[in-house]
Design a protein around this ligand. Sequence first.
Ligand SMILES: Nc1ncnc2c1ncn2[C@@H]1O[C@H](COP(=O)(O)OP(=O)(O)OP(=O)(O)O)[C@@H](O)[C@H]1O
Ligand SMILES: [Mg+2]
Length: 483
Amino acid sequence: MSLAFFTRTKTGEIQSRIASDIGSLQGTVTNTISSLVSGVTTVLATVSAMFFLDWRLTCVSLVMLPMLVWVSRRVGRTRRKFSGQRQEQLADMSSTLQESLSVSGFLLGRTLGRSQVLTDEFSAQSNRLVDLMVKSAMAGRWRAWTVQVVLSAMPVAVYWVAGFTSRHGVFLSIGTLVAFTTLQQTLVGPAMSLLQLSISVQSDLALFARVLEYLDLPIDVAEPAEPQPLPHPRGDVTFEGVCFSYEGTAAPTLRDINLSIPAGSSLAVIGETGSGKTTLGYLIPRLYDVDDGRVTIDGIDVRDLSFDTLTDVVGVVSQESYLIHATIADNLRLAKPDATDDELVEVTKAAQIHHRITALPEGYETLVGERGYRFSGGERQRLAIARTMLRNPPVLILDEATSALDTQTEAAVQAALDQLVQGRTTITIAHRLSTIRHADEIIVLKDGTIAERGSHAELLALDGEYTAMLARTEQQQAGAAAA
Ligand SMILES: Nc1ncnc2c1ncn2[C@@H]1O[C@H](COP(=O)(O)OP(=O)(O)OP(=O)(O)O)[C@@H](O)[C@H]1O
Ligand SMILES: [Mg+2]
C-alpha cells in the first residue's frame, strides 16, 4: 500500500486484522474439512442404513431436516453480526494500546495528564468487548438446545408411528424398531456438530470480509509491470508541470511545478510551513503519484522505474529520523545488510557520530531503544545521515528537522550533511536559511507554487519574498544575540 493508506489508517487496526482476524479464522479453517468429512460420512451411512430398515420411518425422521437448516441460518446470521462487531472492538482496543503504550503515547498521556482518561477508556472498551463476546456466545443457544432436545426425543415419534401403523396392519418387528431408533440416536452427535460448524462458518464470514477488505484495496501507487532499467544512474531530476493534491483537500498542494536539477547540483526549497516543501520531496521517491505532469530521473518518468531502482537512486533524510528497536549496527545495516564493520565506522565518522557511539559502553552493539528514544534528536539525525551514506544514492532529499538544535549540534549535523551531499544531486528542504546560500538554485514555495527562483545573489537582487525571509531570520538572530 501507499503512504496515503498508512497516513489514514491506525496502526492498531492493521495489526488487529493481521493478528486477531486471521488468528480467529484459523480454528474454522483447520477444523472445517475434518468435521465436515466425518459428519457427512456418518450422516450418510446412518441414513442409508435407516432407509434399508424402513423407508417410511426414515421419512418421518427426516422431517427434522428443514428445521435444522432454518436454525443454522438464523443463528449464523446473528453470530456473524456479533463477530464483526467483536473484531471491530478488538481493533479499537489494540489501537488504543498501540497509541498509548509507546514512548510517544506515554509522554503524551503523562504530560497532558490523561492517564486516568486512558485507563477509563480502556476499561470501557474491555467491558464492551466482554458484552459482545457473551452476546455472541449466547446467540442462538436456545434454538440449538431445542434442536438437540427434539433430536433426542425422536424415538418417541418413531415408537408412536410404529405402534400406530401396526394397529392398521403394517407390522414392524421389535428388533427392527430398536435397531432403527439406535441408528437414529447415533445421528444426534454428527447432526449437532454439523449445525455448529455451519454456524461458526457463517459467523467467520464477518472475519473473512474484514481480511478480504484489505486484500481487495486498490493499490494506488503501483509498481510498473515492465519497469525501465537504469543501470548507471546519473541523478538528473526534473519536475514537468507537476500538480498534486492530497485526497480530500480542496486546494491543490502543489501547482504547476517546473524544475530541472542537473546531476550533482543542489536545489534548496524554502517557504512557510505548510507551503508544500515536504510534499515536493515525497514525489521524487514516489511516495505519492503526481496528479498531473511528471517527475523524471535521468529522463525516465519515476512511474516507469521499479521500486528497487527508485530506492537505490533516491535517498531520503526526513524531518523525523526513525530508528528501530535494535542495536546501532543493526540500524545502520538496514540501509545495507552486507556492510562491513569498517564501512560502518567510515560513515559514522563522516556523519560525526562515531565518537559518540564508541563512548557508549557497548559501542555499536548498544540498543537504540523504542524508536531510538535513547538518543537525542541530533544524534538520531546523524545516525540517519550515516545510514543514508551507506546506501550511497546519487539523488538525495534532505528534509531538515524543524526542531531547533543547539548551535553545537547544528554545526555537527551540518558537517555531517556537508559530507553526505558531496557529488550528489541534492534537494534540501531548508528551515535555516544560513545553510542554503551556496545552493545552485533556490526556490521559494508559496501556496504550492514557485513564487521566486534563482541563486542567492539573484534572489537578493529581486528584493522579494526571499529577501523578506532573510531579513526576518537576521532580525531573530540579532534578537537572540541581544538577549
Ligand atoms: N497526508 C495528508 N493529507 C492531507 N493533507 C496533507 C497531508 N500531508 C500534508 N498535508 C497538507 O499539505 C500541505 C503541505 O504540507 P507539507 O508537509 O508539504 O508542508 P511543509 O512545507 O513541508 O511544512 P513544514 O515546513 O511545516 O514542514 C499542508 O497544508 C498540510 O496540511
Ligand atoms: Mg515539511
